[in-house]
Design a protein around this ligand. Structure first.
Ligand code: SAT
Ligand code: MN
Length: 601
């Protein structure tokens, strides 16, 4: 079996790779060097085998198209496990399994799982190479699609092994779970049936084992598995934060820049906010990251953040030159498209892209679209994998190994009522309380769930690698450990989704959200005033610039209104949410809830 290990002298790594090669029995082992030539070779191989389609070189330079298996289109939360020795340590929001039992079960599945395939060894760094905030992982995978995606999403290849030396790495094992018998023809998208997929985390030993899926966060193990689930556990141990947050740099008309991190549940426009184009004159936004932030105190006592990723794994549908030009320009070239439509002239199409679907477009399931037919052209979770460096709005400091200093942290969800456009926490613990109750309204009709608020604390519900109540406690601790309390980021909650009682949106959203960011900026700059309310500090109406908007003075009043009765109902819902965590809920949060109740009385 070919297995050229000359790229490293790290014996622990070599032994680990050999051990897994013995278990998975691939035809060969290939150490990924991360070069352009290697990347091209892998794409060529995938085009030749029918797994990939090369897109038109003029329209979409260096870009490729993939269709997944219809059973393998998104992260699978009910197949995702946190295996801590004690069930309580995974907490009420995670699927738990006993680590030893899970390893026995999965080892049985891994046996011979790579027969007929190549095992790729991917050294990758989450974070700029050599940054003191960055960490290294090694992913084993039998999917060349994963290799080319990891090249865009992380810093990957030989340079990582050079930085690693004999150091520690997070071992990540991935297989599509579809061994090939001699002579058996491969599928375009091999994977295992849904009930055989396992996305498993062992936080205590910092290991990731993934079986049976080739899609997104199930397979690109640096992203949600490492940078959030395992990293959140590492962060708790070592006193830092691994968060599901975008990072943006906001510059005011005087040329002063402040960095903001923001957490929102999915479908709240995180990528759009990260790349926003302000509509108010003189302000600019630059993007540091659209999904994940790792934050640590710097020597000056300020919290610094890096984006551990190197690319965007963005949702394609409804991304357009209208809604997010910077995302559209990021995926103009050097992009991997998965589960979008493929047009007859070898371009891509999705709903909301801004033009009609061309006749004869091939759908993500391989059907042909004709005008009037009701086929689904792009899957709602269709994605583009694009290089951060191709984003026209990428921040000049986005790869600074020291990170960027964070002045403000935002939380938010979709809340048609109750929650104002923006309000500010009085202090860190109050902000932690805000993060712990983040939620989005769901309508019974849309999802078939009980209508109400679905809580997604810190937007980390599917991504917290340990007991969520302990995670809240960790946030409290990080605030208490601040070297200088005056340098802690200010914390805000925003809500772009407020409606009036006729169901009309009160706020236009998108680029207009810059008007709210400007207030956040000015608060951090000691300029704007904050008005005390029972729930926190709100802006004076005059400090939200609505010039040129259809938002009337009445609308703005409603947008900033804190209705005590609605908030009393909210308290009941928060109590229900907190009850899940029993006596593991930090006493500081119980105290915050009590304070809120008193303020509303
Ligand atoms: O598939 S990913 O986990 O990378 C993206 C997402 O679901 O948020
Ligand atoms: Mn995300």
């Amino acid at each position: 079996m070919a297995n050229d290990q000359s790229m490293t002298k790290n014996q622990k790594l070599i032994d680990w790779v050999n051990e897994w090669a013995k278990i998975c029995q691939p035809d060969s082992v290939y150490w990924v060097d991360g070069s352009e030539a290697e990347d091209k070779k892998l794409f060529d191989q995938m085009v030749a085998s029918g797994m990939a389609v090369k897109l038109d070189e003029k329209k979409r330079p260096n870009s490729y198209y993939f269709q997944s298996d219809p059973s393998d289109v998104a992260r699978v939360e009910d197949r995702t496990y946190i295996c801590t020795p004690k069930k309580e340590d995974a907490g009420p929001t995670n699927n738990w399994a006993d680590p030893a039992e899970m390893k026995t079960l999965m080892l049985g599945k891994y046996k011979g799982c790579m027969k007929g395939r190549t095992m790729y060894v991917i050294p990758y760094s989450m974070g700029p190479l050599g940054s003191t905030i960055a960490h290294i992982g090694i992913e084993l995978t039998d999917s060349p699609y994963v290799v080319v995606n990891m090249r865009t999403m992380t810093r990957m290849g030989k340079a990582v092994l050079d930085v690693l030396g004999n150091g520690e790495f997070v071992p990540c094992v991935h297989t599509v779970g579809a061994p090939l018998a001699p002579g058996q023809k491969d599928k375009a998208w091999p994977c295992a049936p849904i009930e055989e997929k396992y996305i498993t985390h062992f936080p205590v030993t910092k290991e990731i084992w993934s079986y049976g899926s080739g899609y997104g966060g199930n397979a690109l193990l640096g992203k949600k598995c490492f940078a959030l689930r395992i990293a959140s556990y590492m962060a708790k141990q070592d006193g830092w934060l691994a968060e599901h947050m975008l990072i943006l740099g906001l510059t005011n008309p005087e040329g002063k820049t402040k960095y903001i991190a923001a957490a929102f549940p999915s479908a709240c426009g995180k990528t759009n906010l990260a790349m926003l184009i302000p509509t108010i004159p003189g302000w600019t936004v630059k993007c540091v990251g659209d999904d994940i932030a790792w934050m640590k105190y710097g020597k000056d006592g300020q919290l610094y953040a890096i984006n551990p990723e190197a690319g965007f794994f963005g949702v394609a549908p409804f991304t357009s030159m209208e809604t997010n030009p910077n995302a559209m320009l990021s995926c103009k070239s050097d992009t991997i498209y998965t589960n979008v439509g493929l047009t007859p002239d070898k371009d891509i199409w999705w709903d909301g892209i801004g033009v009609d679907c061309p006749e004869g477009t091939i759908t993500w399931k391989g059907e042909k679209y004709t005008k009037g037919s009701d086929v689904q052209v792009a899957h709602p979770n269709a994605r583009f994998t694009a290089r951060a460096n191709n984003c026209p709005a990428i921040d000049p400091a986005w790869e600074d190994p020291a990170g960027v200093p964070i002045s403000a942290i935002l939380f938010g969800g979709r809340r048609p009522s109750t929650v104002p456009l923006v309000y500010e926490a009085r202090d860190w613990n109050h902000g932690t309380f805000m993060g712990s109750v983040v939620g989005s309204e769901v309508t019974a009709a849309a999802i078939g769930l009980k209508a109400g608020v679905r809580r997604d604390p810190f937007a980390m519900l599917p991504f917290c690698g340990y007991n969520m109540a302990d995670y809240f406690g960790h946030w409290i601790k990080v605030g208490a450990a601040a070297p200088d309390k005056n340098k802690l980021p200010k914390i805000f909650n925003v809500n772009w989704f407020r409606k009036d009682n006729t169901g009309r949106w009160l706020w236009p959203g998108f680029g207009e959200n810059s008007r709210v960011l400007a207030w956040v900026f000015d608060r951090c700059d000691g300029k704007a005033k904050g008005i005390e309310t029972p729930i926190g500090l709100i802006p004076e109406a005059k400090d939200i610039n609505v010039q040129g908007l259809k938002v009337t003075a009445e609308d703005l009043k409603e947008l900033l209104n804190v209705d005590k009765n609605l908030w009393k109902d909210e308290v009941v819902l928060i109590k229900e949410h907190y009850a899940r965590f029993g006596d593991r809920l930090p006493k500081e949060l119980a105290a915050e809830l009590e304070k809120l109740e008193k303020n509303l009385a």
